[in-house]
Unconditional design. Structure first.
Lengths: 290, 328
């Protein structure tokens, strides 16, 4: 394998990894803090992509579309949390899996009714469509680089938010002892709603960014949801740091698996990776709680 | 639907009569379609019962049960394919359509796969277990998707249904229904026996408090793997029946949403009761049938309905009949 091809594949792996991290961070935060398994997280990804595609058609501006989709999914996530999901925080995981499974069915069908079964394709504006030569002689698409930078920025932002800010302190405190922090006079309900909405919005952002790379279609959230679940399980459910490293690990191994292995094995790479890791460490790489 | 052992003799007798009378009644009404639908319900009742053994009794939330169903179906499909093409499997084994061979083999293959998956996955707990079983099911799904020699994504048509020497011909809808009914009653009854045996008690104990079971000297790991294997084998049989019912096998049978639907059937019927999940399967397929006749977008109703069931009717249908079945 040439050094150029290798570098390109590493970048592709990073791009997939950062995208997965946008999904995984929200899912793992919601699990770690509210103890909620949310299968409908993939639906937020799908809704983000559809919101962005529609707004892009209306306004012609990618920035406006992305911002609108982010806010749209934020509101949708918070509304769902307030209306339904908050009453499932104290239920067991099986109930949560089933209820959010019901939401997936609902959202997939809703999208099919509103936008129709055919796939949308988003065209990139000229400015983002080119490529740059990071290493002389090896051009790489600008758009994919933007995704990597955006993903890393979000990762850094989350790190600062959680471990350096006051809100982050409350979130961490709420995760380790909910009753105590309520007794100290913090409105944990509102905090949870905000965290849930933020996680949903990040999933929506991932969907928005995936739009120009993949087809925007019904059920697009399902496959990415399963990959995301693999990520957070490998990383240790509830650990944002684990999710970050596992995202990159899964992104890279999936990319290289597809390049090096025969087709039948390539699709299975990440699942084999997960099975091996769980066999060695049943709690994932970075167990969040003890 | 193992109503034969129900203590509610009258109710059981009525149910038995209804089940036996279904094909002739459907035929006389000129609605043979319902015989096929009823066979499908019985198959899923069997699959739901096998899942209930590990989910309801063992507390193992398996989110990949459809994989065992699919493997069982593919055993019938692949051997039938080689029989039709007159080719050899792996270059040595001739194909066959004989159910004497394929049905037990379907159970064996699915059971062996469940054994291997169980060895790895029952070491994990809670959500990790849910996810690892899902991951294994995805592996099986993609394995069959990429198996181009057997149709890949498009699946494989069965040239003919399984044969049982000259004893019965499954080509006839009613005969197939009665064979499925017999299987469901025998195996379902067997599962009920298992849950009432010492093995079943240990399984329940593990669900309640695994550490305690471990400390009174019970090798819980082995029990869990054994239960997982048994459930996989029964699901494999259901898969073999399903392949025959549909005359078709495809990876879609083991799609993760199918595993989700199986869990829904168990919860809908009331987990940990075996008969409940069997009824849950019937209700689920009826809902699917009724709603999809009403609107093509039936899932938009099913989704919220599911949330309501989980929210309000935690005990499932079985839990709604406490007094009638209280003497169990």
């Amino acid at each position: 394998m040439g050094i150029f091809l290798f570098a390109e594949q590493v970048l592709n792996g990073l791009q997939l990894g950062t995208m997965l991290f946008l999904m995984a961070s929200g899912l793992t935060l919601v699990f770690g803090i509210m103890n909620l398994v949310n299968l409908a997280h993939g639906s937020f990804y799908m809704m983000g992509a559809y919101f962005a595609a529609t707004l892009f058609k209306l306004t012609g501006s990618l920035v406006l579309a992305a911002a609108g989709a982010f806010v749209g999914v934020l509101v949708l996530g918070m509304a769902l949390e307030i209306a339904i999901l908050h009453s499932f925080y104290r239920r067991d995981h099986l109930d949560q899996v089933l209820a959010t499974f019901g939401m997936i069915l609902f959202f997939n069908e809703l999208v099919r009714m509103v936008w129709g079964p055919q796939a949308y394709f988003l065209a990139l504006p000229e400015a983002l469509n080119g490529s740059v030569e990071l290493i002389p002689g090896a051009p790489y698409p600008i758009y994919r680089l933007i995704i990597i930078v955006a993903g890393l920025t979000v990762a850094l932002g989350l790190y600062l938010l959680i471990s350096r800010s006051r809100i982050g302190m409350l979130i961490r405190a709420g995760a380790s002892n909910r009753t105590m922090i309520e007794a100290l006079g913090v409105n944990i309900r509102v905090l949870f709603t905000v965290v849930f909405g933020l996680g949903a919005a990040l999933a929506g952002l991932a969907g928005t960014m995936a739009g120009p790379l993949l087809a925007v279609q019904v059920g697009m959230g399902d496959s990415v949801l399963i990959t995301t679940l693999v990520v957070i399980v490998i990383g240790g459910i509830g650990s944002v740091r684990g999710a970050f490293l596992a995202s990159l690990l899964v992104g890279l191994s999936d990319t290289f698996g597809r390049m090096l292995l025969p087709a039948s094995l390539a699709e299975m790479t990440i699942y084999i990776l997960m099975a091996v890791i769980l066999y060695r460490r049943p709690q994932g790489l970075f167990p969040a709680h003890g | 639907m193992a109503k034969s052992i129900s203590p509610r003799a009258v109710l059981g007798l009525l149910l038995a009569l209804a089940l036996l009378a279904l094909p002739p009644v459907a035929l006389s009404l000129g609605e043979p379609f319902y015989i096929g639908l009823a066979s499908r319900m019985l198959v899923f009742a069997l699959a739901a019962m096998s899942l209930d053994l590990i989910l309801g009794y063992g507390g193992l939330v398996c989110f990949g049960h459809a994989a065992f169903l699919g493997v069982g179906a593919y055993v019938v499909g692949i051997l039938g394919h080689h029989a039709a093409e007159q080719t050899l499997l792996f270059g040595i084994l001739p194909g066959t359509t004989s159910g004497w061979v394929t049905w037990p083999l379907a159970m064996l293959c699915a059971g062996f796969m469940a054994f291997l998956i169980g060895l790895v996955s029952v070491r994990t707990q809670g959500l990790y277990f849910i996810m690892i079983t899902l991951a294994f099911a995805q592996m099986a799904y993609f394995f069959f998707v990429t198996l181009k020699g057997y149709g890949g994504d498009d699946g494989l048509s069965l040239g003919q249904r399984s044969t049982f020497s000259d004893l019965v011909s499954l080509r006839d809808k009613s005969t197939f229904y009665y064979v499925t009914l017999t299987m469901a009653v025998l195996v379902g009854g067997g599962l009920i026996k298992v849950t009432r045996s010492r093995f079943g008690m240990v399984l329940r104990g593990i669900k309640e408090n695994e550490r305690r079971m471990l400390h009174i000297g019970i090798p819980t790991f082995r029990y869990k793997v054994a239960a997982f294997t048994l459930a996989g084998a029964v699901a494999g049989l259901a898969g073999a029946l399903l392949a025959n019912q549909a005359n078709f096998v495809s990876p879609a049978m083991m799609h993760w949403t199918r595993s989700g639907e199986l869990i829904v059937m168990v919860i809908l019927g009331g987990m940990g009761s075996l008969l409940g999940p069997a009824a849950g399967a019937v209700v689920f397929l009826t809902l699917e049938e009724v709603l999809s006749a009403y609107t093509e977008h039936w899932q938009i109703i099913l989704g919220p309905l599911l949330i309501l069931v989980v929210y309000f009717a935690r005990q499932g249908l079985y839990g709604m009949l406490p007094r009638r079945r209280a003497d169990r």
